[in-house]
Write a protein of this length. Structure first.
Length: 265
């Protein structure tokens, strides 16, 4: 049912609370303030990109959303539930920044992707549904033929695609990804963008850190630009082209040449 008015915190169209509602978030790491009052909302079915220079707090923000970095102030709700009471982690899928993920873990591709089903199957053996989800997720990232290989035998970009498959296998309602296309070649970036488009069409909410919009640009509803642990500005899709070319400076008034991707930091 379409609604024209929404209660505070609810999405105006679906009437559901947003997937992510972060308000005035502050956090410190190593004794230094890193988040200094971040407001971030991801409505149901929305795709939000977090942009900003190195060290601006993008990864820390999404780790805070995942409950991995404690907030020193502010509020976080996931699907309308305050973090302290949130237990439905199976509704989330996470693709960590590649350099921090699964390095040196002696596991096969299948085992890594099966880990994405952990929260769903509550440590029971894999069932038929799990096996189908694993196979489908690997198909979606073009890695089904490597299912039996050790992850150590994969290239960096292939490894990244397996981590994306792990998140997809969870069939999440909210997909959180930290630089998901880093190290992935152009052809596979396009394929992953198609996969993500299908997820979004099915109603998945997406929060992702990007340095380059690349083929994901058409999927993005809003871009939140961080600077020094604060939201510097929020941009709508029609500004994304300019943002890709001029992330931290003035946007020229003259028409710029059409460029689909651009360096964001
Ligand atoms: N474990 C840590 N201990 C201390 N400081 C940290 C830690 N992790 C991150 N920081 C600091 O927090 C700030 C924000 O880091 P964060 O990783 O969130 O930035 P980012 O925007 O994701 O950067 P990048 O684009 O380089 O990935 C940086 O100044 C960083 O040095």
């Amino acid at each position: 049912m379409t609604r024209t008015t929404a209660a505070p915190g609810e999405d105006a169209i679906t009437g559901h609370p947003p997937a992510v509602a972060l308000r005035g978030a502050t956090a410190s790491l190593g004794g230094r303030p890193v988040l200094r009052g971040v407001d971030l909302t991801v409505a149901r079915g929305e795709t939000v990109a977090l942009l900003g220079a190195n060290g601006s707090g993008k990864s820390t923000t999404i780790r805070a959303v995942l409950g991995q970095v404690p907030l020193t102030g502010g509020e976080l709700e996931l699907f309308g539930t305050p973090l302290a009471r949130f237990r439905q982690w199976r509704r989330l899928g996470y693709v960590p920044q590649r350099s921090t993920a699964a390095a040196g873990v002696p596991a096969t591709v299948r085992e890594v992707v099966a880990a994405g089903r952990l929260a769903r199957r509550r440590f029971r053996p894999l069932g038929r549904e799990d096996k189908t989800a694993i196979r489908t997720a690997l198909d979606q990232v073009g890695m089904a033929d490597r299912i039996k290989d050790p992850v150590d035998a994969l290239s960096g970009g292939q490894h990244q695609r397996v981590l994306i498959a792990r998140a997809l296998a969870a069939e999440p309602e909210l997909l959180i990804m930290d630089e998901p296309l880093a190290g992935v070649d152009v052809g596979n970036q396009e394929a992953l963008a198609d996969t993500l488009r299908r997820q979004v069409e099915q109603g998945t909410s997406v929060l992702l850190v990007l340095h380059e919009l690349g083929p994901l640009a058409p999927l993005i509803d809003r871009a939140v630009v961080l600077r020094d642990g604060r939201v510097e500005r929020v941009e709508n899709p029609d500004r994304l082209h300019d943002l890709a070319c001029h992330p931290h400076g003035a946007v020229p008034t003259e028409a710029a040449p059409t460029i689909e991707t651009g360096l964001l930091t």
